[in-house]
Design a protein around this ligand. Sequence first.
Ligand code: AVJ
Length: 334
Amino acid sequence: LFKGGRKPSPSIEFVALPKAKIEDSFEAAVSEGLGRRHKFLPSRFLYDARGSELFEAITTLPEYYLTRSEQQILESNADGIVTSVGPPVSIVELGSGSSKKTTLLIESALRFQPALDYTTIDISAEFLYEAAQSLSKRYPQVSITAVAAEYFAGLKLLRAPRAPRLFIFLGSNIGNFQDSEAIVFLTAIRTAMQPNDQLLIGIDLAKSPETVFAAYNDASGVTAEFNKNILARINRELGGNFDLECFRHDAPYLEDLGRVEMHLVSEADQLVRIDALDQTFAFRKGEYIHTENSRKYSEGDFRDIVDEAGLAIANQWFDAKEWFGLFTLKPKLT
Ligand code: AVJ
């Protein structure tokens, strides 16, 4: 492993699930979700190429503290995180890996070893490919495997690692799941883990409601556009005729449930036709589509979820305001 003085040549390997599979599931999810009494669309469909671009814009908003808080923690602690697993270490990221945060970990690994295997799993193929290309240009020592798939399918495609793995799941992306789903998800990762692997996970913590609310209801309206993009996507891909002006972004912080919900509220009684489904959906004024959950965890809630998934907290780090937490998790000894 990593023997000899020769620098490895840059490499990217792409693994993609058949595109039809992803599109079919969008069609099915829209038909099923809009047919419910409480209309619902799974948040993973927010992230097509346009949605991923809008989310990147969200991460730079003054109100959206999550990304900056997490980055601050990584800037101070990347070496400690990486050396708790290696060297040598390999990295498996759930998410596109385009972020500054990923490069902090990659650069840290490369301070301790001459080369690195880095695998990234992301649903948005276009975004994933761009991210992989630019990473490869910047870090020729990194062998990149880019897997365009949903997380569960992607985890099953992983090959045997050449070094202990640091799985990374940043940005409080886990907060999109209900607690029962989070347990299923973490269990799937634990199942893919070997005893010496660890999972680095970022979670957003419960805090003042005003601070949380502002992060999802930004003054410049980028989050509103991000939310509405799912309707635009239905129009683009499934021949829908949603009038985006007739829906309003709303994102209440439901403190007792410990989460923000993103809603698209119908501004009028209206009918929306979706050609690909050959279906028409009726909306009453004030009725909403629930498009996303964003969990704000108490430390106790998070600990319970981790435990249920057969994992244990190895270490934890916080930003100065203790708004956000980074945790390394390891498989529990059974
Ligand atoms: C990417 C799921 C972490 O919940 O904060 C940002 C998505 N939604 N603004 C979050 C999101 C609205 C984000 N996650």
